[in-house]
Ligand binder design. Structure first.
Ligand code: ATP
Ligand code: MG
Length: 338
């Protein structure tokens, strides 16, 4: 039988997953899973989450199972996809150590995503960022390559990280011989979902997200707080939907015809923002209903979640060990030919 392509991706357990994750990556994962063409791995990146949450281990620990429940509720099927915990596959940490020789500090400092994130974390890092945080692209490269990941469905913010991983792979292969597989990024149509506050990115750590598990009243409250055209003060003022977050989300959750109507009425000053928000909120609530219901099942069955994670982690570790053997052989570290 022909070997299937490997899909690998993951999320940091820094909070529950939101609609940005859904449109940016989760939806695509389910499509790939259902195609049957991929060997599927999803990691809960607790080690990476600690790089900027080292002083809050409870947060990371508590969110591991929450993220897994999010996966299960959106249709990730543990009989088809291996879900595992990063820290329980120590081969990835070992690989990170070897890769750290292949990347310069200057190259890490130039990574645009890392740069943006450091700027957002001034309060945590002050004037000098930690070795662990600046180096997380190296550890991410280890996570992907330990599974010989070929396809990585992620949001646009991950582009520079995948590029950095590809560089490490090329460098490794050029020094130690063709060993590692170079991954490809797979972007969704909606590759970067904006935040409720109009920020370019909805992010768990940015406080501008609608979570997949938000109760109905929470969705309502958040939609009511979404940023609209600031020049539109009275109901009959003519609006500009292109700078309105409510219209932006309508395009994701509302049927095409209603969207067109919304746009035309807003431009003509014939639609109030409150009723427009109410319509959006109802649509989001309906869209997320099956997800919320499935999640409620796993909330009530934590032992099933743990079983899935334990079994997935065991399986993942076996795969990573196999890659490690190849890496050690290539690096002349296979002293006893084991
Ligand atoms: P944090 O703020 O802790 O970094 P996050 O919301 O950025 O959290 P991650 O766990 O870092 O979430 O990212 C998981 C995956 O979701 C990545 O593939 C990332 O590209 C994607 N993703 C995150 N936010 C968005 C977004 N707003 N739009 C599209 N994809 C996103
Ligand atoms: Mg992130």
């Amino acid at each position: 039988m022909e070997k299937k392509k490997v899909m690998l991706t993951g999320d940091r357990p820094t909070g529950k997953l939101h609609i940005g994750h859904y449109f940016g990556s989760l939806k695509k994962r389910v499509e790939l899973q259902e195609s049957g063409e991929y060997e599927m791995y999803i990691l809960v990146a607790d080690v990476q989450a600690l790089t900027d949450n080292f002083n809050n281990p409870e947060k990371v620990r508590n969110n591991v199972r929450e993220v897994v429940k999010d996966y299960l509720s959106i249709g990730i099927d543990p009989t088809k996809t291996t879900i595992y915990i990063q820290s329980l596959v120590p081969e990835c940490a070992e690989l990170t150590q070897y890769y750290s020789n292949l990347v310069t500090i200057a190259r890490l400092e130039r990574n645009p995503t890392v740069k943006t994130e450091i700027a957002q974390k001034k309060e945590l890092f002050g004037e000098s960022v930690t070795y662990g945080f600046i180096g997380y692209p190296v550890s991410q490269a280890a996570d992907i390559t330990a599974f010989e990941g070929e396809v990585v469905p992620v949001g646009e913010d991950q582009e520079p990280l995948i590029e950095q991983c590809r560089e490490i792979v090329r460098k490794f292969n050029s020094i130690y011989g063709e060993t590692l597989v170079e991954p490809q990024i797979m972007l969704s149509k909606e590759k970067r979902i904006k935040g409720l506050d109009g920020n370019e990115k909805m992010g768990k750590s940015l406080g501008n997200a609608i979570y997949l598990s938000d109760p109905e009243e929470e969705v309502n409250r958040k939609v009511m707080s979404a940023v609209t055209d600031p020049n539109r003060i009275r109901k009959d003022d003519k609006g500009n939907p292109n700078i309105c977050m409510v219209y932006y989300y309508h395009k994701l959750f509302t049927d095409e015809e209603s969207c067109k109507k919304c746009c035309a009425e807003c431009k003509a000053g014939e639609r109030g923002c409150v009723s427009c928000k109410k319509e959006l909120s109802n649509n989001i609530i309906e869209y997320l209903r099956p997800i919320r219901e499935k999640r409620a099942y796993y909330d009530a069955h934590p032992e099933e979640v743990d079983k899935i994670l334990k079994e997935g982690t065991e399986k993942a570790r076996m795969t990573a060990k196999e890659t490690m053997k190849k890496v050690k052989k290539a690096m002349k570290l296979d002293y006893f030919n084991e």
